[in-house]
Write a protein that binds this ligand. Structure first.
Ligand code: GLU
Length: 469
């Protein structure tokens, strides 16, 4: 039997980091074992589901490279399938119509509360003899009143739930819409899902879904419930902990490969290795190796991993993210991909995020870097810098081919002519070329900037110095 997993998000918000981790684990596990990864959009809650949220989920998965092998399928397309399953269960006696009114149910719960019992539906419509006819009603499942439901969870181990804990859940609401547990069980069956991999928060739903499978005579899939993500403070990961939407990480300059690497390492390990490519993860990842304790989301570690992936990437791979971040900094038009690929190697060792990288290479794509960073200008643009900068401009004007060796020669000639040490020229030069005192190697900086911009900025810097001193 082919392994088939599914990721089943509800489109009621963004794709959050926990959901991305579920999708990643489904993807990796099926790659490792040669299975099929299915995407199912659980949009039965018509009021809370939006097309925008669907788009955001799809975009997040696409960005992470977690496109499904099949899907997206939409539960809203399957309503008839759910109703038919419920009808069959009623016919076969494992479900029943119930027309208890809201008042009756409120009254029932109040009585139970007064008796100190857990509020639950008491099953009073189970054995009704009078037909319900046309009046509004729901369909409820006949939960086995006694016994236990047990499954071997692939992550949690044996889980045993007392059936007496569960009441007769609603399968079809009075408006004809299916509930979550019915829709999931019916879809998991019809989509041939063999392994349900999802968050631990769904453990309480699993016995209900197993009951539905059994009532319909279907083979129950395997289950694996992943520990949830927690923030550094130990609480379940939420908006309070900062960025939780996957696309927010993209905005903040993280690479999809780094996020996948980091998410995979939350609860899974492979020896001492920390940095993984997607191919390595697809080769080694197995949900059987996942731990049971909650994983703590650590932003600093993610940052560290991101830096590694930035350094290790082939420049063309980083072009789309760099272009995106430059656009966000107002660079318009964004430089051509070839130009970005050519300058990338100079900046890869110098940035932990693509935002940082865009800020560092921004000087290459603007017309002027004025005003200079105040501290850098105060320190390096002293009166003594004027003549050497003008001298360098003269030497550079004579450079024929703007190759690094020719630029270097002009630079050395200027040092000699003015009797300066390297830094005495390089630092003021950096400030007038980039606006700040930090940049890649100075020769490389001139080379990347090009003759025209370099000379223009040198003269701009000289003017600034003349006015100042
Ligand atoms: N739609 C559910 C959710 O977003 C997941 C259901 C499942 O995986 O069974 O939490």
């Amino acid at each position: 039997m082919t392994l088939r997993t599914r990721f089943a998000p509800s489109p009621t918000g963004f794709l959050h980091i926990g959901g991305a981790r579920t999708a990643l684990f489904c993807r990796l596990h099926t790659r490792r074992h040669g299975g099929v990864f299915v995407l199912r959009i659980e949009d039965t809650d018509q009021e809370r589901s939006t097309p925008e949220a669907v788009e955001v989920i799809l975009e997040g998965l696409r960005w992470l490279g977690l496109d499904p092998d099949e899907g997206p399928f939409f539960q809203s397309d399957n309503t008839e399938l759910y109703r038919a399953a419920a009808r069959r269960m009623v016919e076969e006696g494992s479900a029943y119509p119930c027309d208890c009114s809201r008042e009756t149910l409120d009254e029932m719960r109040e009585q139970q509360r007064l008796r100190g019992e857990k509020p639950r539906y008491d099953g009073r419509c189970r054995n009704r003899t009078t037909p319900i006819g046309d009046q509004p009603h729901v369909i409820r499942f006949k939960t086995p009143p006694a016994g236990e439901t047990v499954w071997e969870d692939k992550i949690q181990g044996t889980i045993l739930i007392d059936n007496a804990e569960l009441d007769d859940l609603i399968l079809i609401r009075s408006d004809g819409s299916p509930t979550y547990n019915l829709a999931v069980a019916v879809d998991d069956h019809h989509m041939g899902i063999t392994l349900v991999l999802r968050g631990e928060d769904h453990v309480s739903n699993t016995p209900r879904q197993i009951h539905i499978f059994r009532a319909l005579g279907w083979e129950v899939p395997e289950y694996a419930h992943m520990p949830l993500l927690h923030g550094a403070d130990g609480a379940k990961l939420s908006k309070r902990h900062g960025a939780v939407s996957v696309l927010q990480y993209r905005e903040e300059g993280f690479l999809p490969t780094a996020l996948n690497n980091y998410l995979a390492r939350l609860g899974w390990s492979h020896g001492e290795q920390e940095i993984f490519t997607m191919v390595e993860l697809e080769t080694w990842f197995d949900i059987g190796d996942l731990g049971r304790s909650a994983a703590i989301f650590d932003q600093n570690k993610l940052l560290w991993i991101n830096g590694h992936h930035i350094r290790a990437a082939a420049p063309p791979q980083l072009v789309p993210e760099l272009a995106r971040q430059l656009g966000r900094l107002g660079i318009d038009p964004v430089p051509a991909p070839e130009r970005l690929a050519a300058i990338l190697p100079e900046f890869q060792p110098r940035a932990a995020t693509m935002v940082e990288m865009a800020q560092k290479c921004r000087f290459l794509f603007v017309d002027s870097v004025l005003p200079y960073e105040e501290k850098a200008a105060r320190k390096h643009l002293t009166a003594a810098a004027l003549d050497p900068l003008l001298g360098l401009a003269r030497h550079l004007e004579g450079v024929a081919d703007w190759s690094p060796p020719s630029i270097e020669a002009a630079f050395q000639q200027t040092l000699q002519a003015f009797g300066l040490a390297m830094g005495q020229l390089a630092q003021p030069l950096r400030v007038v070329l980039t606006g700040s005192a930090a940049s890649p190697g100075i020769i490389e900086t001139l080379h990347m900037l090009g003759r025209e911009q370099t000379l223009r900025r040198l003269h701009e810097g000289a003017e600034y110095l003349q006015q100042r001193h």
